[in-house]
Design a protein around this ligand. Structure first.
Ligand code: SAH
Ligand code: SF4
Length: 341
């Protein structure tokens, strides 16, 4: 069975031509998949009934399903999606009352090998990469279920996107061409896989690259991000400078604030110094609770002081709004629990 979701217009065209149908059918099917977000071939009502029957013999819209859906008191929706092999990932829809944007937070892998000590995903280890179709499927699932059109995408769900770069790049292409979501509305977040950042720089994408920095020195960063031993800041920093030079784009620096660990004034100064010559914005993320890490978020007062100091160094600094914490949908809380069979 062919799975239509995730196929490009060209692929659908080749497929319908093989079925000896006219090329125009491909446009119609494409529109049903990406714009009208239907779940079944029966809903494609401008296709002749006989053609729909023929199509149903060889294709389905999707082969994945929603296993659990949860709604947060702030409107955030979290879906646990199950793929045919039984593996599950989470995907989150965030809406902000004051903006028209609808942002999908997508996963790029089942589990993650990077194993940052503050993250629920890392705790489960790496299971497998998602195919580009499985990445696309997450956004289509939200669109089908809500009837809404996603406007922004962040690769901030489970997994390290740069360790699955080929599928992520192919998904980006489909988000651009088939969903008509502009590259500038897409953000890829990475823990800092240096060779892949260099590779990505050569693609000169207009998407935003976000770096999970979380600490300004080697000594501190390696305490909670094992990736720092493999790709230390001394290599990451030049890669970021190169990325900005090649793409002209401003990088986003993500920085989790953990009480009594990386949120004091001295550390803020070290961070300001590290980022002095880098074209970047800073996004502070007060630590979200994950079972048994022992970490806590700092007080609002401490957060504001940290922010003020960075702003004083000339950077634009935002504090990330916590979304969906009551359903474990906030940053770092996605564990894909149903995988634990
Ligand atoms: N693997 C990629 C994509 C995940 S993005 C990456 O690490 O960048 C999710 C963001 O949430 C990352 O910046 C991650 O470091 C952060 N995060 C992880 N655990 C968190 C927690 N418990 N509280 C707040 N942010 C967390
Ligand atoms: Fe993996 Fe990102 Fe979680 Fe680190 S924060 S374990 S890189 S998903």
């Amino acid at each position: 069975m062919k799975v239509l979701a995730g196929m490009t217009l060209e692929e659908i065209t080749n497929f319908v031509l093989e079925m000896k149908a006219s090329k125009f059918r491909a446009k119609q099917i494409h529109n049903w998949i990406y714009t009208k977000s239907v779940s079944s071939i029966d809903e494609m009502t401008d296709l002749a009934k006989s053609f729909r029957e023929e199509l149903k013999q060889v294709a389905v819209v999707t082969d994945s399903k929603i296993k659990i859906k949860q709604k947060s008191s702030d409107g955030t929706l979290k879906y646990l999606i199950e793929y045919p092999d039984g593996n599950c990932v989470e995907t989150v829809l965030m809406r902000f009352d004051n903006r028209a944007n609808l942002t999908a937070c997508v996963s790029s892998q089942v589990g993650c090998a990077v194993n940052c000590s503050f993250c629920a995903t890392g705790k489960r280890g790496f299971i497998r990469n998602l195919t580009y179709k499985e990445i696309i499927e997450q956004v289509l699932t939200i669109q089908r279920d809500t009837g809404l059109k996603i406007t922004n995408i962040v690769f901030m769900g489970q997994g390290e996107p740069l360790l699955n770069l080929n599928n992520v790049l192919k998904a980006l292409e489909i988000f651009n061409n088939d969903f008509q979501i502009g590259a500038r509305r897409i953000t890829i977040s990475t823990s800092g896989i240096v060779p892949k950042i260099n590779e990505l720089a050569e693609h000169k994408l207009q998407s935003t690259l976000a770096i999970s920095l979380h600490a300004p020195t080697h000594e501190k960063r390696r305490k909670f991000m094992p990736i720092e031993n493999k790709y230390p800041l001394s290599e990451l920093k030049p890669a970021l400078l190169n990325y900005v030079e090649k793409t002209g784009r401003r990088i986003t620096i993500e920085y989790i604030l953990i009480k009594d660990f990386n949120s004091d004034i001295e550390t803020a100064k070290e961070l300001a110094y590290l980022l002095k010559d880098l074209k970047c914005n800073i996004n502070l993320i007060p630590y979200n609770d994950v079972n048994s890490t022992g970490y806590k978020k700092p007080s609002n007062n401490e957060i504001m002081k940290f922010k003020y100091l960075l702003e004083h160094s000339g950077k634009k600094v935002t504090v990330r709004l916590e979304r969906g914490a009551d359903i474990d949908a906030a940053c770092g809380q996605l564990s894909g629990k149903a995988n634990k069979k």
